[in-house]
Design a protein around this ligand. Sequence first.
Ligand code: SF4
Length: 652
Amino acid sequence: MSVPQVALARPPRQSGRVRHVGAWLGAGWLVVVVLLSLTVQWWSSWGVNQQDITDVLKGPSAAHWLGTDDLGRDVLTRLFASGATTIGTALLAVAVAFAIGVPVALIAAEREGWSEKGLSRVAEILLSLPSTVVLLAVVGVFGTRLAIVMTVLGVLLSAAVYRVMLGSARSAHRELYVDAARVDGLTVWRVNLRHIVPTLLPTIAVQASLLFAVSLLIESGLAFLGFGPSPPAPSWGAMIALASTNIYGDPWLMVPTGLVLALTVMSANAIGDGLGRRARQGAQALPAASEAVARSTAASSDARDEGLARDGEDSILWASDLVVSVEGGPDLVTGVSLALPPGRVLGLVGESGCGKTMTALALLGLCPPGVRVTSGSVGVAGQAMDSLSEKGRRQVLGRVISYVSQEPTVALDPMFSVGYQLTQPIRRMRGVSRSEARVIAADLLARVGIVDPRLVLKRYPHQLSGGMAQRVAIALALSGSPQILVADEPTTALDVTVQAELLSLFRSLVADTALAIMLVTHDLGVVADVCDDVAVMYAGQVVERGTVREVLDRPRHPYTQALLSADPHVANADGPPTRLPTIAGQVPPPEAWTPHCRFAPRCEHARAACAVPVALVRQGDVLVRCVRSAELDEARHPVGAHVNDGGARGDH
Ligand code: SF4
């Protein structure tokens, strides 16, 4: 027999009220058993091992409510006398299983890669071991010392716990509020304790109750086979074994001994069922995990932007020749160089799948599992991020650079109030008392436009509207007084009015605090409204970069021109709404990227001359990745054509 794998199986159809009552009855039965067991010497007139050989194997009577065994001992007294030991040793196995399984699962979920693979292989080995044989071997070495035997059982069960917890922990790691906590600079273990473990608690409760039932049966099974407490000490398994030897002559003895074990196992299962229902209800109440973080956008190829590292000298955030790749797979972002000076807003714009979000996550050091920065460098406030230790990186995250995600309700931990979620990072990053942190939190909420901060501090994320939740998320991002804010589509999920209010908020934050903002968006209208600079991304590359005025007034790259033509805010800005042109085709997947111009299959200006690797080169005041940009610009602006480097001179 191998260690049983306990999982959250779908329960039989049963009303919630019945399960609720069953769980309470089960818990009540366990409490009664333990209390009666611990007080047996006070309520029973019989000694646990007191014999009366004139009154053996008798049924229920006034003197012996549950009868007597083969030595005339009172069955009721012996059953309850052994209850605490039986339940206690079963709990010991469960405690050991979770003490090992949960931390190891957290480590594996955090590190992944070879650590996770190695730990999972060890778990598989433990799961494949025949637990009964192992336990009998332990009994052979250590004797019937239940504490040791059940500890070993706990070690075996920890593999099953690990498997279940690993899946739950991985899911929790994909939550945006976990990323937000990392950006706040929390250590790995604080993130786990504060955000991952609470999400595991319902699963832990359910699994613990079910594993308790399993341990109880295994412990009783060992006692049944004679490997339990040494006689004359009572145990449920030994009493069932005695009843089974007298099953034909005196079948009554099997009734109380079997019933007490069956009731206890059923109680554990009822508790597990009740807790499972609560866990499922909780899971349904929680917002679905955002796919934004795990989204693997565009992919691969070669051409590296060149000569832009010098932009980093006066920039508070810069990326130089950044390459982000799937481990063992294609590149998702290639050769991206960006620069964000203090007090400016840089828009990162493009269609879905162009690598905008992946670039932003790479700047924050928050690449999804299986994705990593394979080349290039990122600098924040004069420090190269790859040169920082883990502790140094935590000092930067939250205090220097912070993050606002697309989905505010999933960026906030649903288990904690707004007040708790705001005051914790404020206390940690600003070193203030709880009361001071609450005042600062209220000020932050007021600053982001919340009318009644004290009321909102008491609320939970699910009690907030989308706009209010996004304001709270922005306040959370500002809790460490960062100099840089990376905002990933922060207004996409909001209605137009709230969107306008938040864009106004961003403008005022930049004006009042010299905050530098990197705004990831697909909306050129948002770029035109709030950004100073813009980088247009296509298929993992920056294809055009410059000031908003230059790029939007005089787009050089055919993709930028197509985006502008298809944008309702920009195209219809000066007149009545008209039918908008669309960009034919779609962004190619990373596997289809070539060393040549990646926009060529969709570009109406593509020629044979485009079938060459295309670098990002300076043209006027912008950088463009198009071999025909000068020629096309000349045709579009024949009179006003100014400095034109012909797309042949790189910005080296
Ligand atoms: S290089 Fe050629 S195909 Fe590519 S965007 Fe420019 S004109 Fe179009």
